[in-house]
Ligand binder design. Structure first.
Ligand SMILES: Cc1cc2nc3c(=O)[nH]c(=O)nc-3n(C[C@H](O)[C@H](O)[C@H](O)COP(=O)(O)OP(=O)(O)OC[C@H]3O[C@@H](n4cnc5c(N)ncnc54)[C@H](O)[C@@H]3O)c2cc1C
Length: 499
């Protein structure tokens, strides 16, 4: 029996959970679906357009995908992800999508409850992860269909809700609602504990050399844990994790918890710690690092058409969303960014104009309305190849351009939107030991967690897994392959594979 909130098992009276998933975004949800015994088979009579994959699938049509050799099946697949399993699962779910097709998934799902593995999914917010922070009216970069999870097509849900896609894309609010609906519809709620924050994950291990080893803080190595026998054995073999944190109870007060798990999956995404400029004055109250702060300021009338300009720093899509929002509200904007406007690395230079007219418009403004040559757009000035020097209490911001010239502007508020980093402060050494370059902080693009590509188990720590952007998979359509790999590995560990 695994209690469900009081789903959280109490340290002293329960056996360890087989799996604790930290993070309840699309990665955690997809994984919970698979761990709940939903097993993917190839639909009989279906034909995959990739001839080599089709031939491989025909070899053992009766064996569920999750029990097949994922390395063999995914070999040779190509696409917009570096992860072979992500490409495999994506192409089984959306066979011809990269060629503009709308062919249905060739998978059929069976609910085999005897293959379910007890697990908990812990998350700070309602199921849906980052999608609850993203401004609700923002339109996804990806096509709506790519935001869907297995066996519940996003377009069907939209149709039922009588909602339409815009240019094939959905709003963040629709996506967040769809993920919540998915959890309810698939009966996964019993595994989810929302409002929980994990503050520590440590291996309860006799190996004092492991950075994950939890020591008895009082030095009573034989009396610290009140373990039933199974736990003692597991500690001796060094394969148990202690997960600590707190849960906000109904009156909002944090209530600590501590549970044991045989396996822990990190699905915490990378949007919790906004990247900082690291300049003087960045912690002044008018300097913000989230787009939501702009929306709030507009709502509370702290900025408006007659205020000094707001400063938006950054040249990614979140900065672009902020510009579009401010533009829509007629709020004057100064837009500073370090790259050249025609730098090929700039996201705007990579997006097809037809599909993303709003971002194309921002790019046009960035090009045509620099402070050096005023153009046709009112209420907007771009400062390409500028970096911020400092903010001062009298709401001035100093900049330096590429030739070293400095200037100062009066601003009303500043929004530094230059990306975000994962917050892995609940892991020893902030999880740095787990990264590919284990001397640098974990970063989804430059330095993800080092995982086995076919199980997503951390190379440095057995029993610990990482999925989603933490493992380098940055789009929802591709985070699902990581979940498949983890579930496949955990089913094998739990010996829940059919003979
Ligand atoms: C502005 C923006 C636009 C995007 N647009 C797209 C798009 O168009 N298409 C696309 O495919 N992707 C897009 N993405 C990326 C997409 O959001 C991610 O790929 C996806 O959400 C990753 O899912 P995840 O479950 O791994 O992590 P997340 O969705 O980030 O969820 C992780 C959850 O874990 C929680 N968590 C973190 N630490 C703890 C802790 N210690 N204790 C408890 N809970 C914790 C977090 O609060 C969060 O709710 C966008 C992202 C942003 C920020």
């Amino acid at each position: 029996m695994y209690p469900v909130l009081n789903k959280l098992p109490n340290k002293s009276d329960s056996k360890p959970l087989p799996i604790v998933v930290i993070g309840n975004g699309p990665s955690g949800i997809c994984l919970s679906y698979l761990l709940s015994g939903y097993i993917p088979y190839i639909k009989s009579g279906s034909v995959h357009p990739h001839p080599i994959l089709q031939r491989k699938l025909e070899e053992t049509p009766e064996v569920p995908i999750i029990d097949q050799d994922l390395e063999y099946l995914s070999e040779g697949l190509e696409g917009r992800s570096q992860s072979p399993v992500a490409l495999l699962f994506d192409t089984l779910l959306r066979p011809d999508t990269d060629f503009g097709g709308t062919a249905e998934s060739i998978l059929t799902w069976w609910h085999e409850t005897n293959r379910a593995i007890p697990h908990l999914v812990l998350g700070r917010n309602p199921p849906g992860g980052a999608w609850h922070f993203i401004e609700g009216s923002m339109i996804t970069l990806s096509q709506g269909e790519w935001m869907g999870l297995p066996d519940l097509q996003f377009k069907d849900w939209m149709r039922k809700k009588r909602r339409g896609l815009r240019n094939n894309r959905a709003t963040a609010e629709d996506i967040a609602q769809y993920y919540q609906h998915y959890v309810a519809k698939k009966g996964l709620q019993k595994n989810f504990i929302c409002g929980t924050v994990v503050t520590s994950v440590r291996k309860v291990s006799p190996d004092v050399n492991s950075s994950y080893a939890q020591q008895d803080p009082e030095g009573n190595s034989d009396s610290f844990w009140d373990f039933p026998e199974k736990k003692d054995d597991q500690i001796a073999s060094g394969n148990l994790f202690q997960v600590d944190g707190f849960i906000k109870n109904t009156n909002g007060r944090p209530q600590p918890f501590s549970i044991y798990a045989e396996n822990v999956v990190l699905a915490t995404g990378t949007y919790d710690s906004p990247t900082k400029l690291g300049v003087n004055g960045e912690d002044l109250p008018f300097v913000h690092h989230k787009l939501s702060a702009l929306e709030e300021a507009v709502k509370n009338k702290r900025v408006g058409m007659t205020s000094d300009p707001v400063l938006i720093v950054g040249a990614g899509l979140t900065a672009a969303d902020a510009i579009l929002f401010a533009h829509h509200c007629n709020i004057p904007v100064i837009h500073a960014f370090r790259r050249r406007v025609n730098d090929p690395g700039l996201i705007f230079n990579q997006l097809p104009k037809m599909m993303y007219p709003e971002y194309h418009k921002v790019h046009q403004m960035m090009k045509e309305q620099s402070v050096a040559c005023p153009g046709p757009y009112e209420c907007y000035i771009s400062l390409p190849e500028h970096h911020v020097l400092s903010f001062t209490e009298d709401k001035k911001c100093g900049f330096q351009d590429k030739s070293g010239h400095q200037k100062v502007f009066n601003i009303s508020m500043a929004f530094v939107l230059i990306g975000s980093n994962p917050n892995l402060s609940f892991l020893p050494n902030n999880g740095i030991d787990l990264a590919i370059d284990n001397e640098q902080p974990v970063n989804s693009k430059r330095n993800p967690i080092n995982v086995d590509p076919f199980t997503y188990e951390c190379v440095q720590e057995k029993g610990l897994y990482a999925v989603g952007p933490l493992a380098g998979d940055n789009f929802v359509r591709f985070v699902q392959g990581g979940a498949l790999a983890v579930a496949s590995s955990l089913l094998k560990k739990a010996n829940k594979n059919p003979p």
